[in-house]
Design a binder for this molecule. Structure first.
Ligand code: HEM
Length: 422
């Protein structure tokens, strides 16, 4: 890539050998000029060494403990499903484009964990925040930023680089103002959000000069979680609805299972174990959607000999997830939407080792459990209430499953009708 050497790993066996069997050696992140300038090694996504370890451990613990004894994450997602359903109902079956709605609903879950609040979908501050994150995600994948990454000394020529940094500064100003607000009402015995928990740790560490709970890490961590946790989940949900419209017989079978197991009650995560077909469909949506096809880049943390090749410490490594999720040695129909990949001949759910949309090993997604909970609750709540159909004048045959090109892999925009399901 430019003058940089890069190792690309493909296929389930190879990616697993690196990320799982030689986990420590492949747990680094490469130095990429735009990410370095943006994140300065703070937060989690592009952090390394002890800073990464401390921030990752803190995030995993906080996500696990969040809401104990108070409103749990599950309750918050259920509440948000209610707002989303109301909003979809208000369209009374007229065609809708779901990108903004899904993004708003999913972003509100992260906002609730980070800030202990939710925004109305049309709140101008919320819309501005979403726009900044979406714009930066798009710019990070743009040819101009790729070029800057190859020739950083020419940085002053690239206006996109400047836009990314301006967006970052605006985001940071918002995050900083928010945590200064939180600081005023901080109560060790009533930690309302991840920001509260971070600020408590900061106060405990205030006499240390070598601690990690400083404002730079707080701003970056909040930014990382928002960026990593919103578009991935909302785009997977949009793929899910698109596939249900394309394959109405599969949508029917999911709705039958919802009616049989949940009836008109509120879907909850405990229902999942009793719903093998829906579980298989959800897994197949993630496999087919293949939302982070190239993975986030890794780097070697030490010199390593891998499959007979010597790879020096600090080498840029891409363990391609698309090559695992579509590995022809692992999947019966790798390029088709086929929920039977996850069902045995008795209709029971079966786990598949090559199901790796969250990657694997030391860097595996920290939001996996949260994302799975969101996907199940949003998906079942929507299909319990609505049947999704193509917009008038189009048919399921017209629906295009070709994804948009970028770092993530969203479906092309589409309109659909949500009709009441009785
Ligand atoms: C990392 C996928 C949702 C936070 C990752 C990685 C993938 C991924 C492929 C890269 C792992 C690697 O480098 O090997 C997904 C998918 C999601 C999702 C498919 C939803 C369907 C979330 C959510 C959060 C989140 C909801 C927020 C809590 C993160 C973070 C990392 C990460 C912080 C960086 C981990 C590290 O570098 O140690 N995710 N993710 N993700 N994800 Fe997710």
């Amino acid at each position: 890539m430019g003058s940089q050497k890069m190792v690309v790993l493909t296929g389930y066996e190879t990616v697993k050998e690196a990320l799982v069997n030689q986990a420590e050696a492949f747990a680094g992140r490469p130095v990429i000029p735009m990410f370095e300038e943006f994140m300065k090694g703070y937060g989690i996504l592009f952090a390394r060494g002890e800073n990464w370890r401390v921030m990752r451990r803190f995030t995993l613990t906080t996500l696990r403990d969040y809401g104990m004894g108070k409103k749990t994450i599950e309750d918050r997602i259920i509440e948000e499903c209610g707002f989303l359903i109301k909003r979809i109902e208000s369209h009374e079956g007229e065609p809708i484009e779901t990108t903004g709605l899904m993004n708003g609903a999913v972003a509100n879950i992260i906002v609730s964990i980070l800030l202990a609040k939710r925004f109305e979908y049309e709140d101008p501050t919320f819309l501005r925040l979403l726009r900044l994150f979406n714009e930066n995600a798009r710019l990070f994948g743009s040819p101009s930023v790729q070029l800057y990454n190859m020739f950083p000394s020419l940085g002053f020529l690239f206006w996109t680089r400047k836009m990314v940094l301006n967006n970052r500064d605006e985001l940071f100003a918002f995050i900083k103002a928010t945590f200064i607000e939180h600081l005023k009402e901080l109560d060790e015995n009533d930690q309302r959000s991840l920001i509260d928990s971070f600020l408590i740790r900061q106060q405990e560490e205030k006499n240390r000069t070598d601690g990690f709970f400083h404002n730079e890490n707080l701003k970056m961590l909040v930014g990382n979680l928002f960026a990593a946790g919103t578009e991935t989940t909302s785009e997977t949900l949009r793929w899910g609805l698109l596939l249900m419209i394309k394959y109405p017989e599969i949508q029917n079978k999911v709705q039958e299972e919802i009616a049989r197991v949940i009836g008109s009650a509120q879907p909850r995560t405990e229902h999942r174990a009793k719903m093998p077909y829906t579980d298989a469909v959800m897994h197949e949506i993630q496999r087919f959607a293949n939302i982070v096809p190239t993975n986030i880049p890794h780097a070697t943390t030490m010199d390593v000999t891998f499959k007979g090749y010597f790879i020096p410490k600090g080498t840029y490594v891409l363990p391609l997830l698309c090559s695992v999720l579509q590995d022809e040695t692992q999947w019966e129909k790798p390029h088709q939407f086929y929920p039977e990949h996850f069902l045995d001949s008795d209709g029971k759910f079966v786990k598949r080792d090559a199901f790796m949309p969250f990657s694997a090993g030391r860097r595996m997604c920290v939001g996996e459990n949260l994302a799975k909970m969101e996907l199940f609750l949003f998906f079942t709540s929507l299909l319990q209430r609505f049947t999704f159909q193509p917009a008038p004048g189009t048919s399921k045959e017209d629906l295009d499953l070709t994804p948009l090109v970028g770092f993530s892999r969203p479906s092309a925009p589409y309109k659909c009708c949500a009709l009441p399901h009785s």
